[in-house]
Design a protein around this ligand. Structure first.
Ligand code: ADP
Ligand code: MG
Length: 249
């Protein structure tokens, strides 16, 4: 059994069947890519996984517990975290300050902005933030203002902030969309580094096949809301159903 088990999930938007009988099994500690043409239902599926959408039917089990009907923050506490398409960081703050904020939120259950003043004196928070920055290879950039960083580094910082919660399953919706090649490669390296250092499973939606083939161990192809194939990367290349869905052959 996978850490994530999706069975028979259906979701309609009016007359449109966005997800039709979706089955997906993501094995623990693997990188699983979900690919498919525009409008295939990839983001809808992700929204179901994080509790932003409730499916019409089907089941979603994470670590043996159902996530359906739970609020997004509860699902997040269960160990599922999502990384957004645009990094959600505080541009005016330094790299270190950005990472300290979720550390505070985790320790105290909330973060009050006035805590920024005194936060450089809290040894446990500093230690935790430094450990995480080291994991994403950003310790040398700790005093840089977030706004001044490249897109790849912003993604790196956002990932660090996300890792504070120690997610078991990381969901990424097109993490390299709109990035230049150098930043895309930086992001691929980052995900590989995190994978090596942490006990983590990743489900990644991605258009860029270079990213998919660099990272994924399993690939599910979604077309018109339904999984077509679930295979290893080697078997996906040249698969007739995949060619049909992408190229209309
Ligand atoms: P993908 O991420 O694979 O490009 P989406 O999951 O965003 O696809 O969308 C799947 C289909 O569902 C598309 O036809 C889209 O227009 C439709 N859709 C997505 N969200 C909504 C919504 N909130 N209301 C109505 N239709 C939606
Ligand atoms: Mg999408």
């Amino acid at each position: 059994m996978g850490i994530l088990e999706v069975k028979g999930v259906n979701k309609r938007f009016g007359g449109l069947q966005a997800l039709g009988n979706v089955n997906l099994s993501v094995a623990e500690n693997t990188v699983h890519a979900i690919i498919g043409p525009n409008g295939a239902g990839k983001s809808t599926l992700l929204n179901v996984l994080v509790g932003k959408l409730i499916p019409d039917s089907g089941s979603v089990m994470f670590n043996g517990t159902s996530v359906l009907g739970r609020a997004p923050h509860e699902i997040n506490q269960m160990g599922i975290s999502r990384v957004f398409q645009t990094p959600e960081i505080f541009s005016d703050l330094t790299v270190m300050e950005n990472v300290m904020i979720p550390c505070f939120a985790k320790r105290d259950g909330a973060f009050r902005m006035h805590a920024i003043e005194g936060m450089m004196h809290e040894a446990d928070i500093i230690e935790q933030a430094e450990t995480i920055l080291e994991d994403v290879n950003m310790l040398d950039k700790r005093n840089m203002t977030a706004a001044a960083m490249s897109r790849g580094d912003k993604r790196r910082l956002e990932m660090a902030m996300c890792l504070v919660q120690e997610p078991k399953l990381l969901l990424l919706d097109e993490p390299t969309a709109g990035m230049a090649r150098a930043d895309t490669n930086n992001t691929i390296d980052l995900l590989k580094e995190i994978k090596e250092k942490r006990d983590i499973t990743m489900a990644i939606i991605e258009h860029d096949m270079h990213v998919v083939f660099s990272l994924a161990e399993r690939i599910t192809v979604l077309a018109q809301g339904t999984p077509l194939v679930e295979e290893t990367p080697e078997n996906i290349k040249g698969h007739p159903k995949v060619r049909e869905a992408y190229l209309g052959e």
